[in-house]
Write a new protein. Structure first.
Length: 151
């Protein structure tokens, strides 16, 4: 089973695994930043990097997305998704659906999004920042066409 990380920064060289440590003085990515992986363009680049890194015959078995990194594992089982099956616009669309219900929520309020198996196929689990009043978790279909509180 492979572990890959894509950073959405184009051809910046091989992706590196991130272990959660942040250097001092380095600003944490915000979801609304132009280069945030929650945005369609950078997420599309990260998905392309991910596709290049997955071995032939393998698929995505787990995927977690935060504004600064895409963490994924490949193999067989789990989500069993190819990167090209994940719509790059889904994260922005999901946040738009949440904002229809709660106008205070924006891309900056997203801590992470994670793909997980759902009753109708893969779905997104969304965790909002702790500063936002509950509910802080949502689920959404793969295409991001709706968002339901709870998770």
């Amino acid at each position: 089973m492979g572990r890959v990380l894509a950073d959405g920064q184009g051809d910046a060289g091989p992706a590196r695994e991130r272990h959660g440590a942040r250097s001092r003085g380095r600003r944490r990515h915000q979801g609304g930043d132009p280069d945030s992986l929650l945005r369609t363009g950078p997420f599309a680049i990260a998905l392309a990097q991910l596709s290049d890194q997955i071995a032939a015959g393998e698929a995505i078995v787990s995927l977690k997305l935060d504004p600064g990194a895409l963490h994924a594992q490949s193999g067989s089982g789990g989500l069993d998704l190819d990167p090209d099956e994940i719509p790059p616009h889904a994260p922005e669309r999901i946040v738009g659906e949440i904002a229809k219900q709660r106008p205070v929520v924006s891309l900056d309020g997203v801590m992470f999004m994670q793909m997980r198996p759902g009753p109708d196929g893969p779905e997104w689990y969304v965790q909002l920042e702790s500063e936002i009043d509950p509910p802080r978790t949502y689920t959404a279909p793969l295409d991001g066409s709706s968002a339901t509180a709870g998770g």
